[in-house]
Design a protein around this ligand. Structure first.
Ligand code: NI
Length: 390
């Protein structure tokens, strides 16, 4: 019992080495060529791993146990962000303009660790472990949807994911049932009027005044048209139009974002944006075109699987390690894997440690990781395998 926890500890120096390799050779979304080749080469060196490349830069490693059992998938994202690292580390990114500032280098290393550990224990394994090294989490439409379209979820009974996070203290595992992340959508409103001389507005249809009214009107969606028991954030973040102080322009463009947790509410909002925008424009003699773009779906954690995760974490690290958290606003394309009907859960692995300076935010050029988090992350995946497949 608990032998995989010891194995996680023994593998820790190796995981750190892998993580630093990925960190040093950070690659952007859809361009993880060296990263995926490195992953494939490592998986190959373990033995007992059936490797496939369903997409250009995604890698799957399947490990079949000697005994029958479930097929359980574990997912790591592997891409970096378009920014330049300011940290003076011996393993700082050598690729200018690409930095692992979200921790996906750690996720990839953790999953390699799981593959190695499990590949050395196929005799004791019941069922199949599927390691999904997913490209392009950071850039919608995202790599997860591409992998799903390539059929990677066929035959999978359960899926687990994790994110190292400086939002939670080191040694804590953030768990939540139901919605973990928001759905992340965007919209464009092209406000169409009729341009002309600023001194003769009666000859024009002023799209600037229309746009101003539309912006205020859209605020009524969250404030007046949604129940206080539901959550949505709608922000107009870009506005452009006009060229001179004395010319009423013909058009104004508005762009914004919508975050929701419930599917039903998410489906209602595009209609409300159109109705308000078109209604206001028509009332002022103009018109508009609304484009609504759906981004990542909300990550929905299956209650039974999340309870299983809590139990596994508790067994390995004690009941105090389980931290009940609130849903978070940043999006995550792990949702694509569960949208096909496979239950899944996604756990936040704490890495915040002010003594080590690892309390800096993700997506920041000075982001640092407490590498002890790698041990906890691997321990979580290992705990699921030991509980359900050994
Ligand atoms: Ni991330």
């Amino acid at each position: 019992m608990k032998n995989l926890l010891q194995a996680s500890k023994d593998l820790h120096p190796q995981i750190i080495e892998w993580r630093r390799h990925f960190h040093k050779h950070a690659e952007l979304s859809f361009c993880e060529f060296e990263t995926s080749d490195f992953i494939e080469a490592q998986l190959n060196s373990f033995g007992n791993v059936e490797i496939s490349r369903p997409t250009k830069t995604g890698v799957i490693g399947k490990i079949h146990g000697a005994k029958p059992g479930p097929t359980i998938a574990f997912r790591a994202d592997i891409d970096a962000l378009p920014m330049t690292e300011v940290n003076d580390l011996p393993y700082a990114s050598v690729n200018k303009g690409a930095m692992h500032s979200c921790g996906h280098d750690g996720h990839a290393a953790i999953l390699l660790g799981l593959a190695k550990m499990v590949s050395e224990r196929v005799d004791a394994l019941c069922g199949t472990v599927v390691c999904i090294f997913q490209h392009a989490e950071e850039l919608p439409p995202g790599g997860a949807a591409e992998m799903v379209a390539a059929g990677v979820m066929e035959g999978i009974d359960e899926i687990y994911g994790l994110h190292l996070s400086s939002n939670y203290p080191i040694g804590k595992f953030g768990c939540v049932n139901g919605a973990l992340t928001s759905a992340t959508d965007s919209f464009d409103v092209r406000v169409i009027g009729k341009g002309g001389h600023s001194s003769l507005p009666e000859q024009c249809v002023d799209p600037i005044v229309m746009a101003a009214q539309i912006i205020l009107g859209l605020q009524n969606i969250a404030a007046r048209r949604i129940s206080a028991y539901e959550t949505a954030v709608l922000s107009v973040c870009q506005i452009s139009g006009g060229d001179a102080y004395n010319i009423i322009p013909g058009e104004v463009m508005l762009r914004g974002s919508v975050r929701t947790f419930s599917k039903e509410l998410r489906n209602r909002i595009p209609g409300m944006i159109s109705e308000i925008s078109n209604g206001i424009a028509a009332s002022m003699g103009g018109s508009c075109e609304v484009t609504y773009t759906r981004g990542y779906d909300s990550v929905m954690n299956d209650a039974a699987l999340t309870d299983g995760a809590r139990a596994a974490i508790s067994d390995y690290f004690g009941p105090d390690a389980v931290l009940e958290i609130q849903p978070v606003m940043p999006g995550e394309d792990f949702s694509a894997f569960t949208e096909v009907g496979c239950p899944g859960t996604f756990i936040e692995i704490g890495t915040r440690n002010p003594e080590k300076g690892t309390d800096r935010p993700h997506h920041n050029p000075a982001y640092l990781m407490d590498e002890d988090g790698l041990y906890y992350g691997l321990g979580f995946f290992a705990g699921i395998v030991e509980k359900k497949m050994m």
